[in-house]
Design a protein around this ligand. Structure first.
Ligand code: HAM
Length: 421
């Protein structure tokens, strides 16, 4: 019987871990720099949370959720994103009772039944950042800056922001009516999906990926003209902050995002050259979501960034992460008595915080030295019968191949601080 990883999933093999370690570590550092606290929410939640939160007519809810009935016959769904779960936690754990705004971040896997391709998977990892309890446009900017600084920290260049405002319950219905009226004359020219969107979710008409629909959408009335005073002021203020910081951005009136909870600001960060899946990050304001999932009405904003897409962009730009630290010391031995001494010595080193590796397969000295080279050890400690008899260890400094026989008790001091671990 042979098994395969499910379609759209992958293994992160040891040689790929340096990227993951670097991206998650830089994310942690940047989030802490801005005062964001880590939260972790369950990998699965009640299905209704996403149906309600993400929106019944979104692609995610209609086509992409991994939903199952558990053994108590309750409908559960593997999280397709984090925002709904974090809002559920905010309401359920009464996080609104804490000093506001609450700045949170998390990192973990999410699941969507999508058509896999480069940068698009069925299990993928997101860095997710949320600020709950503020409607100040300076917070919108702060959240966007967190994303930007994470990319800067991992060395990615050549990014730009796409921004738009999707309005609020006061002004959006008016815009949707205008949009629908305009599209009435274009129904023949749009795809079947768009005709369905026309009835179910007209804003999504604007971001259809088909070229012919895109051309039509270019001519559609723009939401900017329909924004109410409050939404317009908010958007103007955010753009003036972006200008002040000199961040490259484009107002993209066709960007409405694929989740229904957005209000006012929406944004994405695009990277050149990673193909059709060029959004390394997407986010926006969702001032109504917490109220919708049982909490007090609370304004909030956040973003999520696919770690695979960050790594893809890094590779595209030739950015190499720092190496994962390896043991500083390799312990080699020859003979049964020497092996006993080597087992004890290796353990003493590790207990003292010095990384130590060994083969333990009673291999030739040549094979052991080769392994020491392979792991890039700073020192190889060699114990043979002679060394055991004399209570010494042969300390070989790999950088210059010098060898010194040291008394057993001096070995730890000699190798301390000699390597990367
Ligand atoms: P989203 O645009 O659906 O937004 O996803 C955010 C990011 O996750 C995308 O820009 C992309 O980098 C990555 N991503 C999404 N789907 C996949 C996939 N199938 N494979 C690989 N990467 C993927 C959200 O998820 C919102 N919850 C973001 C948010 C947070 N809005 C407010 N707060």
């Amino acid at each position: 019987m042979k098994f395969q990883a499910p379609r759209g999933t992958y293994d992160i093999l040891p040689e790929d871990q340096a990227y993951w370690r670097f991206v998650t570590e830089m994310t942690r550092q940047v989030c802490e720099l801005y005062g964001y606290e880590r939260i972790d929410v369950p990998v699965f939640e009640q299905t209704g949370l996403f149906e309600r939160g993400v929106g019944e007519t979104t692609d995610i809810v209609e086509k992409e959720m991994y939903t199952f009935r558990d053994r108590s016959d309750e409908r559960m769904t593997l999280r397709p994103e984090f925002t709904a779960g974090i809002c559920r936690a905010y309401a359920e754990r009464k996080l609104h009772g804490r000093p506001q705004p609450l700045r949170l971040y998390t990192i973990g896997p999410a699941f969507r039944y999508e058509r896999p391709q480069a940068g698009r998977y069925r299990q993928f990892y997101q860095v997710d950042v949320e600020v709950l309890g503020s409607q100040d446009p300076a917070i919108d900017l702060e959240v966007m800056q967190v994303a930007w600084q994470i990319y800067e920290a991992v060395g990615i260049k050549g990014l730009s922001f796409q921004v738009n405002s999707t309005g609020c319950p006061a002004c959006r219905p008016g815009y949707i009516a205008t949009l629908k009226a305009w599209y009435e004359q274009h129904l023949d020219g749009i795809c079947d999906d768009c005709r369905r969107r026309y009835g179910e979710n007209p804003l999504r008409l604007l971001d259809c990926k088909r070229e012919s629909c895109g051309k039509i959408a270019e001519g559609a009335p723009r939401i900017a003209k329909s924004l109410c005073g409050a939404c317009n002021d908010h958007f103007v203020q955010l753009r003036s902050y972006l200008d002040a910081l000199g961040r490259p951005y484009e107002v993209n009136h066709r960007m409405v995002r694929g989740l229904d909870y957005y209000t006012k600001t929406v944004f994405e960060v695009w990277a050149e050259g990673i193909g059709a899946q060029n959004a390394v990050c997407g986010g926006g304001r969702y001032d109504g979501l917490i109220g919708m999932v049982g909490g007090p009405e609370t304004p909030a904003i956040g973003f999520a960034s696919g770690i695979e897409r960050i790594i893809l962009t890094m590779k595209q730009e030739g950015i190499e992460p720092p190496e994962v630290p390896k043991p500083a010391v390799f312990v080699a031995y020859l003979g049964a008595e020497a092996k006993d001494a080597a087992v004890v010595l290796a353990q003493e080193l590790r207990s003292a915080g010095v990384g130590a590796a060994a083969l333990w397969e009673d291999r030739s000295l040549k094979a052991q030295m080769k392994q020491a080279d392979r792991i890039g050890a700073a020192y190889t400690l060699i114990i043979g019968e002679e060394e055991v008899k004399n209570g010494v260890v042969m300390v070989r400094r790999m950088a210059d191949s010098t060898q010194t026989a040291l008394p057993r008790w001096e070995v730890l001091d000699a190798v301390k601080g000699g390597g990367t671990a």
